[in-house]
Design a protein around this ligand. Structure first.
Ligand code: ATP
Ligand code: MG
Length: 435
C-alpha cells in the first residue's frame, strides 16, 4: 500500500502513521546529526525531525536546503505538544522538487521587513503563514456571507463592472476607453443594477469587485475592493438593519468556528468576536452627534463622519453600532427620506468595533419617479444614462431597500489587522497596482 498524501491541517488524523506531505521548506535548523526543518503546504506548518543515523538519504537531501525549495516529504506523524500545531513529522524520505538556487535566494527572510518591500513581493509574501491564514479567513467570511444570504431567500445576481455612469459621485470614478469612441466607467457599486434584479426576482444580492479612485491614503481604503450588496423589493430601512446584523454576525461566528487555528496564528482576541451576535446597538445620527460632542469632538448636524468620529462612537460599544437617519443632503441621490422628518434620510451605516470604521452603508431607496428625476438634476447626473433606472419607477415601482457591505473592512476587523491591504490577495491602492 502506498503512503497517503495528506494536508498539514489534517495531519493529526494520521498520528502514528506514515504520510507524505507535498509542500515547501519554510525554515531549517541544523543541529549536528539532527535537522529540524519546518514544512508548509498552504494549509499549515509542521516541524520535521531528520536523523543522520536513521535516514542518511533524507538527511543529505535536506542538509543545507534553501528556504522555499519545493519538497515531497514522507515520515511518521507523532503527537508533540510543544510543536506548532501539536504534531511533528519523523522524516524518512525527502524528495526535492525544485531547489532554490543559493545565488538567488528567496527574498523574504524570517525577520521583519518593511511593508513597502513586502508589498512589492506580495506574490511571495502570501506564502508566509500569517498571510495565508488571513486569506483563508477571507475565504471563510465570503463563504459564510453567501450561505447566509442564500439561507435568507436572496438570489445572487451579478452586477456589471463596466457601467455607463457614476452612482456614488463623480470624484472617485475610473474612466476607461470602451470600444470605438465610447467611454465607460468601472463600477463604484452594483446597487442600481440590483434594484433592477430585485424588481425581477424579489430578494437579490451581488457580490463582486467595485472600484473607487479614492485619493485618501488611509488604512481602510483600497481602489479595488469587494462589496456584497443585498436589495429587496417591498423592504424598508428596518428590514435592512436586521439583515445587516444577521449577515455580519454569521460571518464573524463562522470564522470563529471554522478558522480557530488561523485566528490563533494571528493572535486575535477571539473573546471579542464571540460577542458579535444580534441585536446590535442602534442610534440616530443626531444622537451620534451628541456622543461626539460629549467626547470633545465639535461635529455638528450635516457633518459626515470620518475615521476619528467613527472610532469615538464605536468605543462606547463592544458590538458594531448602527447609526441611522443621516441628513438627506449628505447621502446619495437615490436615498429615500423620512416622511416624518424630510431633512433626514432613511439611511444607516454600521460601524465596526475596535476602530475598524464603517463596514456597511445602506437604506431605503426613493420609489417615486418625480423625486428621482429631481435628485438626478440636483446632483448634475446625466439623465440620458439613467433612463433604464427611471424605468424601474415607471413600471411597478415599490418601496425597496438594500445596503453595501465592504468585505475587506469586515475581514480586517475579524483578523485584527492594522491595514486592510493585508486582507485581499493583491491590494490596489493609491500608488500601487504592482504586482
Ligand atoms: P467611507 O466614507 O468609509 O470611505 P463610503 O461611505 O464612501 O465609505 P459606501 O459607498 O457606503 O462607502 O460603500 C459601502 C461600503 O463599502 C462601506 O461601508 C465600506 O465598508 C466599503 N468601502 C467603501 N469604500 C471603500 C474603499 N475605498 N476601500 C474599501 N472598502 C470600502
Ligand atoms: Mg457609506
Amino acid at each position: 500500500m502506498s503512503t497517503p498524501v495528506v494536508s498539514i491541517e489534517h495531519v493529526g488524523e494520521h498520528a502514528g502513521k506514515e504520510v507524505s506531505i507535498r509542500g515547501w521548506l519554510y525554515n531549517l535548523r541544523e543541529s549536528g546529526k539532527l535537522l529540524f526543518p519546518i514544512f508548509r503546504d498552504g494549509t499549515g506548518i509542521i516541524q520535521g525531525v531528520i536523523s543522520l543515523k536513521e535516514h542518511p538519504d533524507a538527511f543529505n537531501a535536506a542538509k543545507g536546503l534553501t528556504q522555499e525549495s519545493s519538497v515531497v516529504v514522507t515520515g511518521k506523524v507523532a503527537a508533540e505538544a510543544r510543536a506548532p500545531g501539536g504534531y511533528e513529522l519523523h522524516v524518512s524520505a525527502l524528495e526535492v522538487v525544485q531547489r532554490v538556487s543559493e545565488s538567488q535566494p528567496y527574498p523574504i527572510q524570517l525577520k521583519e521587513h518593511g511593508v513597502d518591500f513586502l508589498l512589492d513581493q506580495r506574490h511571495l509574501w502570501i506564502r508566509t503563514p500569517r498571510q495565508a491564514s488571513i486569506l483563508r479567513i477571507r475565504a471563510e467570511a465570503e463563504r459564510a456571507a453567501r450561505n447566509f444570504m442564500d439561507s435568507q431567500g436572496y438570489t445572487l445576481t451579478d452586477a456589471p463592472i463596466f457601467t455607463p455612469a457614476a452612482c456614488e459621485g463623480t470624484t472617485t470614478l475610473f474612466e476607461v476607453d470602451y470600444i470605438d469612441d465610447q467611454k465607460a466607467y468601472l463600477t463604484q457599486s452594483g446597487q442600481l443594477y440590483v434594484e433592477a434584479t430585485a424588481a425581477a426576482l424579489g430578494k437579490v444580492y451581488c457580490f463582486g469587485p467595485t472600484f473607487r479612485a479614492e485619493k485618501s491614503k488611509t488604512r481602510r481604503h483600497l481602489t479595488e475592493f469587494w462589496m456584497l450588496e443585498p436589495e429587496a423589493a417591498y423592504a424598508h430601512l428596518e428590514d435592512m438593519m436586521a439583515l445587516g446584523e444577521g449577515l455580519v454576525s454569521a460571518m464573524v461566528q463562522e470564522c470563529v468556528k471554522n478558522r480557530a487555528r488561523e485566528l490563533e496564528m494571528l493572535k486575535r482576541d477571539v473573546s471579542k468576536l464571540e460577542k458579535i451576535k444580534p441585536p446590535f446597538p442602534r442610534i440616530m445620527y443626531e444622537e451620534a452627534i451628541k456622543v461626539l460632542n460629549e467626547n470633545g469632538n465639535p461635529a455638528k448636524f450635516g457633518d459626515d463622519f470620518g475615521g476619528d468620529e467613527e472610532t469615538i462612537i464605536s468605543k462606547n460599544f463592544d458590538k458594531p453600532v448602527i447609526i441611522h437617519r443621516y441628513p438627506a443632503a449628505m447621502k446619495a441621490f437615490y436615498m429615500a427620506t423620512d416622511a416624518a422628518r424630510p431633512e433626514l434620510s432613511l439611511s444607516f451605516d454600521m460601524i465596526a468595533p475596535e476602530g475598524y470604521g464603517e463596514i456597511i452603508g445602506g437604506g431605503e431607496r426613493l420609489s417615486s419617479y418625480e423625486t428621482v428625476i429631481e435628485r438626478l438634476r440636483q446632483n448634475n447626473l446625466p439623465e440620458e444614462s439613467f433612463q433604464w433606472y427611471l424605468d424601474l419607477r415607471r413600471y411597478g415601482s415599490v418601496p425597496h431597500a438594500g445596503f453595501g457591505l465592504g468585505l475587506e473592512r469586515t475581514v480586517a476587523w475579524i483578523c485584527g489587522t492594522e491595514h486592510i491591504r493585508e486582507v485581499i490577495p493583491f491590494p490596489r491602492m493609491l500608488y500601487r497596482v504592482y504586482p
